[in-house]
Design a protein around this ligand. Sequence first.
Ligand SMILES: *Cc1c(COP(=O)(O)O)cnc(C)c1O
Length: 414
Amino acid sequence: MTAQGKITASFDAAAARADFPILSRLVHGKKLVYLDSGASAQKPRQVLDAMSEFAGTDYANVHRGVHYLSGAATDAYEAARRTVQKFLGAAREDEIIFTKGGTEAINLVSYSFLAPKIQPGDEILLSVMEHHSNIVPWHFLRERQGAVLKWVDVRDDGSLDLEALDAAINSRTKLVAITHMSNVLGTVTPLKDIVARAHAKGVPVLADGCQGAVHELVDVQALDIDFYALTGHKLYGPTGIGALYARRAHLKAMRPFNGGGEMIREVTRDIVTYADAPARFEAGTPPIIETVGLAAALDYLSGFDRAAVKAHEQDLYAYARSKIGELGWARVIGDAPGKGAILSFEAEGMHAHDLATILDREGVAVRAGHHCAQVLMERFGVGSTTRASFGLYNSRADVDVFIAGLRKAREILG
Ligand SMILES: *Cc1c(COP(=O)(O)O)cnc(C)c1O
């Protein structure tokens, strides 16, 4: 059975790894150890092939042509929408809007849904562990319309305090915007409980699922959530494509986002009327090839037993966590129960960038910096961290190379 086949009882990580051509290349003469999937995941040949096959056989612009290829491309594009619908458990395909990534999906909600509702003093509730993509669109509403950003803290272990979140929701709260999984701490938030608390007070919830959709099973109907954003390039798919799930009732009331072709019903010199969702929010020619690639990536991921993939990643994290603990000089940030496979740490006396540079010489790709989460860096009193993030293709051998690289860095820098 191939790695893409339906393996229901377990997950063969070595077979999956063989699907990713880039993982067999050398970096600085060393075997690549890719521990930066949290920034962007590598792509399996199933995705690369789907994109190139589509571009080579069925490509044309979507939705506007009467010719054969335009129909074929439109079919592929709309089939991809149904793939995302299924992946997220949405009730309807027209609740899925294609965007150029996670950032644009959240900006869409800010501009089209929330901005028209905001009066000065209205509150938007965020956690301190948000990615800048789930902070700056709300800062726009603060700067331009007088919205107030309220912040829910995390505990020292990086876990979210649900009671504190609940207590912070009041009659001025217009939205709770929260990550499903932190890209720095790995914390997974209890979305279902968060939605229940917020809805009890009549407040809608947006989840930034850019990490969560990769590592957790998502069912937007079971979560009863209002908005869920995901991005292709972290889901083993291409860049330039993401999606927003939005509840149908919200979409009907939302103003258009970008203006242009495809999103209109009629345009005259004096008036314009708009198409219904999803077209209303997808102005212009979309990234058609990338959309096909996203669907291939979701099919690829869904072809595995997701629980087994998660167990594999959790094993890698636990192994790395214990090995890094043995070093005695790395301070791990983020130890929340049930957290995902992201390991962020500060190394005594060593700058994260120096550390990452030495690791790179060993062929190990990790990220160093603030990870687009400066509010969180401030919360933990650090300027930057080094982050190893795991994907389904990583192995314990990768962890061993990473830890050996850390020991070497200590000799050089420490
Ligand atoms: C990567 C990421 C984003 C941004 O997504 P893009 O598709 O790169 O714009 C937002 N939030 C989180 C938690 C992320 O990890």
